[in-house]
Write a protein that binds this ligand. Sequence first.
Ligand SMILES: CC(C)(COP(=O)(O)OP(=O)(O)OC[C@H]1O[C@@H](n2cnc3c(N)ncnc32)[C@H](O)[C@@H]1OP(=O)(O)O)[C@@H](O)C(=O)NCCC(=O)NCCS
Length: 196
Amino acid sequence: MSLGDVDGVVALQPLCFPPPFDPSLLWQREHIERHLAVFPAGQFVATVEGRVVGSASNTIISEEAWRAHAPWEETVGGFMIETFDPTGTTLYGLDISVDPAFRGRGIARALYQARFDLVREKGLTRYGTTCRLPGFHTSGVGPPEYYADEVVAGNRTDPTLTPLLKMNLTYLGVAMDFMDDPESGNSAAILEWRPE
Ligand SMILES: CC(C)(COP(=O)(O)OP(=O)(O)OC[C@H]1O[C@@H](n2cnc3c(N)ncnc32)[C@H](O)[C@@H]1OP(=O)(O)O)[C@@H](O)C(=O)NCCC(=O)NCCS
C-alpha cells in the first residue's frame, strides 16, 4: 500500500462492512495514513488495473497484549494503533477487505500469503487476529462460542469465519464484549497462525 492507494482503501470500507455495522467504526483517511506512517511494511492492497479491490491492515503487538485477548480498542490502541510495538511478537491483522465484485477469486488468500511472508521475514512468533461472526445474529444458535464451534466443526458456514479458517488459521476461542458489533453478538473468534 502507498499513499496513492488510501482513497481506494477508504472507499472499500462501507462496501465490506455495510449496516448494521456502525459506520463510525470504519477506517477514515487519517487512520490509514497513520498506519502507513507507523508500519508501512504491514499495509497491503490488491489492485486490478490500478484500482484497489482489496486491502489488509496490520500492526505489531506485544506478547502480553496478544495473550490478554482484551477488547479491540485496548489490544490495538484504537484507530491510530497506539499499541504498535516494533519489538512485539505478533503481527496482528486489523482488517481484511475485498470488494464484493471481486470476491471468490483468491484475493484474500493472496493478502494472507503476504501476511505470512511478513511474519517469516521479521522472525515473529505468530500472525494473530480476531474475526467477526456476522452470521451469528441470524443463526438462532447461542451463545457466540457455540455458534463459532459449529462453524469450526463445518456444520455451518459463516461469511467471514469460514473463509478465514481456510487460510490455515487455528481457532483459539471467542472473545466476548470485544467490540460494538451486534451481528457478531459483540464477540469475535480468536485465530492464530505460526510459522513452521
Ligand atoms: C472474507 C473476505 C475477505 C474473503 O475474501 P475473498 O477474496 O472472497 O476470499 P478468497 O477468494 O481468497 O477465498 C478464500 C477461501 O474462502 C472461501 N470463501 C470465500 N468466501 C466464502 C464464503 N462467503 N463462504 C464460504 N467460503 C468462502 C473460498 O472458497 C476460498 O476457499 P478455497 O481456496 O479453499 O476454495 C471477503 O468476503 C470480505 O471482504 N468480507 C467482508 C469484510 C470482512 O468481513 N473482513 C474480515 C473482518 S474480521
